[in-house]
Design a protein around this ligand. Structure first.
Ligand SMILES: NC(=O)c1ccc[n+]([C@@H]2O[C@H](COP(=O)([O-])OP(=O)(O)OC[C@H]3O[C@@H](n4cnc5c(N)ncnc54)[C@H](O)[C@@H]3O)[C@@H](O)[C@H]2O)c1
Length: 271
């Protein structure tokens, strides 16, 4: 699906692989300039080359962790200075470290919360701070404290949470991190309304990407069959997440804020 993102600029975390890469590709093909923030240097460079081969638009890759505030603040201010005012922030970087409560693993817990929850907060604060200071500078030129809402350009944050936010066997840390993302998204939506900034979270079910490792190959493919039969519309493809993200960023999503949207493949009882 093609969208009209001419002259739009997006920051996509986790954009080197999987769902984030698909979003980056769809946005670039629809006219946007894209800055990818990702920890994985090799995959990031590879994705950068692929995207640059598709388009004349600007595509940049910034290597670092979304949980590293110093890296994030500096990369975000470089994007605003060199690429222009960002329109969309897609928080997609994430990791999976599974364990059950009675096998609590403090290192896995800390890392999961650090990347999946703190990472979303750190990148969002950096981008939102830029947006608010642009808005306040324009208001000050008019001798006002705030601009009227609709004099700010419409801006969108989409956070990739998970169906695991509703609880999932073996995903103690992951589900806590994603439930946190849902709560944080609703808070952002309420706080940022006055700046014409929308915040949404998507909750995908199982999507076939590198994050799930060899899950679908296990047991001679029996796991694949099990998931195919558990999810009415089958195992998810990255497109099924990217299209709703693009819709929320498009003019069609203009009147929506604070939406928590299940991407459930027809499965209505959790993961
Ligand atoms: N695949 C699924 O079944 C599924 C389901 C629900 C939600 N999600 C969520 O979707 C998002 C994207 O996952 P994916 O499935 O595309 O997996 P993926 O592994 O293909 O992509 C995740 C990306 O995040 C990057 N990343 C990891 N830690 C980082 C850090 N500290 N800083 C910056 N980048 C970092 C990785 O290098 C990778 O490029 C994640 O937040 C994941 O939790 C995935």
């Amino acid at each position: 699906m093609k969208w009209n993102f001419e002259n739009k600029i997006a920051i996509i975390t986790g954009g080197a692989s999987g769902i984030g890469k698909q979003i980056a590709k769809d946005m670039v093909e629809s006219g946007a300039s894209v800055a990818i923030f990702d920890l994985d240097a090799t995959q990031g460079e590879k994705t950068l080359q692929e995207l640059q081969g598709l388009t004349e638009n600007k595509v940049r890759f910034f290597q670092g962790s979304v949980a590293d505030k110093e890296f994030v603040d500096s990369a975000v201010s470089e994007v605003f200075k060199e690429m222009g005012e960002v329109d969309f922030l897609i928080n997609c970087a994430g990791i999976l470290r599974d364990f059950m409560i009675h096998r609590f693993d403090e290192k896995k817990w800390d890392l999961t919360l650090e990347v999946n929850l703190k990472g979303v907060a750190v990148v969002s604060q950096a981008v939102v701070t830029q947006w608010i200071s642009i808005s306040k500078a324009k208001a000050a030129e008019k001798g006002e404290k705030y601009l009227p809402v609709l004099e700010n350009p419409p801006r969108v944050i989409v956070n990739i949470a998970s169906m695991a936010a509703d609880g999932n066997m073996g995903q103690m840390a992951y589900s806590a991190s994603k439930a946190g993302v849902v709560g944080m998204t609703l808070t952002m939506a309420k706080e940022l309304n006055r700046y014409n900034i929308r915040a949404h979270a998507l909750k995908p079910t199982l999507i076939e990407t590198p994050i799930i490792g060899d899950l679908l190959q296990k047991n001679d493919g029996k796991f694949r069959n099990m998931y195919e039969s558990k999810i009415p519309f089958g195992i998810g493809k990255t497109k099924y997440v990217s299209d709703p993200v693009c819709f929320l960023c498009s003019e069609g999503g203009y009147f929506m804020n604070g939406c928590i949207i299940p991407i459930n493949g027809g499965k209505l009882d959790g993961l």
